[in-house]
Design a protein around this ligand. Structure first.
Ligand SMILES: NC(=O)c1ccc[n+]([C@@H]2O[C@H](COP(=O)([O-])OP(=O)(O)OC[C@H]3O[C@@H](n4cnc5c(N)ncnc54)[C@H](OP(=O)(O)O)[C@@H]3O)[C@@H](O)[C@H]2O)c1
Length: 330
């Protein structure tokens, strides 16, 4: 396949400044947590990545352990980079992370210097890259001194294996300490990656203020609550959906009647705005202070295309916001 990207790929996607850095991220970014592993159909992965790039999605988010099998999402992305996107490397922002369990023994997870730097080398090999744009500490590690974890991020940047440093899932106070430590080493905290969606607003309990204060961006993961905040489950758990897959992180018992009641009310508000529920859910996250980009997942290019249409209508009126909050409290 000789891929030629769309000539109009930069015409419609807004690019937003990541905190007070020089880096611009697309309002919608694509994550490869699910549906890009060795268990998935390669041609579908390729169609989603190239179709995203054609839509102006320049940021692709990975982690060492994404699959299944762990590591295979990086290999899939590396293959697509090599075959189709090599000439466009400088148009792409590729991120990866280390912190969750990746290999056996005491060094295959958490936040030691040993684990983080070995993992980054492994990721670069799987991706076939000399550097990633963003390297994250994937989760806080209260057993390792924060100075050591941050020191590994600084080393990743100084060695040229990463251009920027990020943290994910860190609580507000630890984020501020990490930002201070990074700043004193001359490597600003670029970004935080928290879970953030209509059903999960923990970011608003302090983290958002810290990010605005230290000048870091925020990329919201699971903005669609793994598919719950779409029409995916309105008729039950369909074959092929995340909740139907044995390796899916959304379990059937999380698709509760209580949640579906809220989902139906939100879908009605979305319909009144002339949007789908997925589009409303993404518009809501994009309108939050501190949010730079929403990090979606997908199982088809069609879903990504639907989600990008969100950008045509992201303004939400105060009346709609009140109705949304009431629906989320049902
Ligand atoms: N840092 C962390 O700890 C962490 C944790 C989790 C995720 N992440 C990042 O965040 C990314 C996104 O996470 P996520 O995949 O859970 O995000 P999500 O956007 O909340 O959920 C994605 C799922 O929603 C469904 N979907 C998407 N668009 C749809 C549409 N228009 N209509 C119907 N269904 C739609 C698809 O489900 P089906 O597959 O069922 O079709 C898709 O796989 C990950 O890939 C990863 O990069 C980071």
């Amino acid at each position: 396949m000789n891929y030629i990207p769309s000539a109009i790929r930069y015409d419609r996607m807004p690019y937003r400044r990541c905190g007070r850095s020089g880096l611009l991220l697309p309002a919608i970014s694509l994550g490869l947590w699910h549906n890009f592993g060795s268990v998935d159909v390669f041609e579908n992965c390729q169609e989603m990545i190239l179709g995203s790039f054609d839509l102006g999605i320049t940021h692709f988010d990975l982690a060492n352990n994404y699959g299944p099998v762990p590591g295979s999402a990086e290999e899939t992305f590396g293959r697509i980079l090599k075959n189709d996107l090599r000439a466009y490397r400088d148009e792409l922002v590729v991120s990866t992370k280390a912190g969750y369990r990746m290999w056996p023994g005491p060094h295959g997870e958490w936040g030691s210097r040993k684990s983080l730097l070995a993992s980054l080398d492994q990721s670069l090999k799987r991706l076939g890259l000399d550097y990633v744009d963003i390297f994250y500490s994937h989760r806080p590690d209260t057993e390792t001194p924060l100075e050591e974890t941050v020191g590994a991020l600084v080393q990743a940047v100084r060695s040229g294996k990463a251009l920027y440093a990020g943290v994910s899932n860190y609580p507000a106070d630890m984020t501020r300490r990490a930002a201070d430590l990074l700043a004193s080493a001359g490597v600003p905290l670029l970004i935080h990656q928290p879970r953030y969606n209509l059903f999960n607003r923990w970011v608003e309990d302090g983290l958002s203020d810290v990010l605005l204060d230290v000048g870091a961006g925020c990329i919201a993961f699971c903005p669609l609550a793994q598919g719950l905040l779409t029409c995916r489950y309105l008729k039950g758990i369909e074959d092929g959906s995340r909740a139907s897959k044995p390796h899916g992180f959304l379990k059937p018992d999380q698709v509760t009647e209580e949640k579906m009641q809220r989902v139906r009310a939100l879908a009605e508000i979305a319909a009144n705005r002339g949007q789908t529920l997925a589009q409303l859910a993404l518009a809501w996250v994009l309108a939050r202070p501190a949010v730079t980009s929403v990090l979606i997942g997908a199982s088809s290019l069609q879903q990504i295309q639907e989600n990008v249409v969100t950008l045509e209508k992201i303004h939400i009126t105060p009346e709609e916001l009140a109705a949304i909050d009431a629906a989320c409290r049902l």
